[in-house]
Unconditional design. Structure first.
Length: 401
């Protein structure tokens, strides 16, 4: 009978034991990987369930202000990116367009001088047709990009049956502040009801013609209806609604240069750099169609492996939840030295420089004193006078010098 040599038998036994050990280790690691993957999927599914619950519980109607020139470009980009994430999406224009489609509002034209009229008619339309199908009514421009899930998450902390008004808050013209139009603003169901049933046909509350700056006129209406412009920052004081694109708010020296009009308008102090924007940011303005598609790609298709979101079920309150904070004022601007009037060029001749007397229109509303009394708004006529002396600049208003 053939027998393995003693040394060969020992080697075979060691190999067998070693092989079994490797198999056991690999099997355990495989089980662990399956467990980790399953756990990750469970967390992802839980997150999806939360978002789906908010979709059903926080019903947002989005109406987008557009015009015939933008139906096939800016408005189309909204339709193909963030728009469908709203519970209801409507495009408001001066003409009907079955391709987009749009709603042709009666009796309105196009141009900045018609924006207030379009806004009045749009809110009347959505209230008459959708008051039972939405809790919040959000107005946006066709160059506004909105992260709708963050909008719902932010609104989930509030009651739509209360008169509420949210967006990027400005501090001038209206005593209680008003919301800038470009970043979009949202009215609760109760605020929308008051606007349509109490303010729409009442000239002592809301302007009745189509003139005036849209966002200012809405602010005057809201104040006369006892609806305050709320603080929309997160608990760390970072803004959620932005009048410009992210690059303007991120990089120092752009929007926050000393002579930029935004210094004089913004109600709460701005932040910049990595701390510029809340991680639950809602909207940016002046976003062209190509950038909309890129933002959508990075936000909704590209996913860093293993990155999870552990937000609290309800967002923490903003710093000024009770609206007691004073208006923020930019630091005083240093006075530059006067320019020289002559520059010697040689010992024989001197070139005299004439001061530049060309007129330049300033796009800022100058503030003469940080402690000066705010504009009184006891009478709507006084507010109209203030607003009529202002021109629309970059989606908001600036006083004519």
């Amino acid at each position: 009978m053939f027998r393995f040599p003693r040394q060969s038998s020992m080697s075979l036994l060691i190999g067998f034991v070693f092989g079994c050990s490797i198999i056991a280790i690999l099997s355990k690691q495989g089980s662990q990987r399956c467990y980790e993957t399953t756990k990750f999927n469970q967390i992802s599914n839980q997150q999806y369930k939360k978002e789906k619950d908010l979709y059903d519980k926080v019903r947002v109607l989005c109406w987008v202000m557009t015009n015939p020139e933008n139906h096939g470009s800016k408005a189309l980009a909204v339709k193909e990116t963030w728009g469908p994430r709203c519970n209801i999406l409507l495009f408001m224009s001066s003409v009907n367009d079955t391709k987009l489609p749009t709603i042709g509002l009666p009796g309105v034209g196009e141009g900045r001088e018609e924006l207030w009229g379009k806004t009045r008619e749009a809110f009347r339309y959505v209230w008459e047709h959708y008051q039972d199908e939405a809790d919040w009514f959000f107005k946006a421009d066709d160059d506004t990009y909105v992260i709708v899930e963050n909008l719902r998450y932010f609104l989930s902390a509030y009651n739509a049956s209360k008169p509420l008004y949210f967006g990027n808050k400005f501090k001038l013209i209206v005593d209680n502040g008003y919301i800038s139009g470009g970043a979009g603003y949202v009215l609760s169901k109760e605020a929308t009801r008051r606007f349509v049933t109490q303010g729409y046909n009442n000239k002592s509350i809301c302007r009745q013609d189509h003139g005036g700056a849209e966002d200012v006129e809405m602010g005057i209406c809201m104040q006369n209806l006892n609806i305050s412009a709320m603080d929309t920052r997160d608990s760390l004081g970072r803004h959620r609604f932005f009048t410009f694109g992210a690059d303007f708010h991120y990089f120092p020296g752009g929007m926050y240069s000393e002579d930029h009009w935004h210094w004089d308008y913004i109600y709460y102090p701005p932040t910049e750099g990595r701390n510029c924007c809340s991680d639950t940011t809602v909207s940016f303005h002046y976003i062209d169609p190509n950038t909309m598609y890129i933002l959508d790609l990075f936000l909704y298709q590209i996913r860093p492996y293993g990155l999870l979101n552990n937000r609290p079920a309800i967002p923490e309150p903003p710093p000024d939840v009770n609206l007691t904070a004073p208006r923020w004022f930019a630091p005083p601007k240093p006075t530059p030295p006067p320019p020289p009037t002559t520059i010697p060029t040689s010992t024989k001749s001197t070139t005299t420089l004439k001061p530049n007397t060309s007129s330049q229109t300033s796009l800022k509303l100058n503030i003469t004193s940080q402690t000066s009394a705010p504009v009184t708004t006891k009478k709507v006529e006084d507010q109209r006078t203030v607003a009529s002396n202002n021109t629309t600049v970059n989606g908001t208003t600036a006083k004519k010098n």
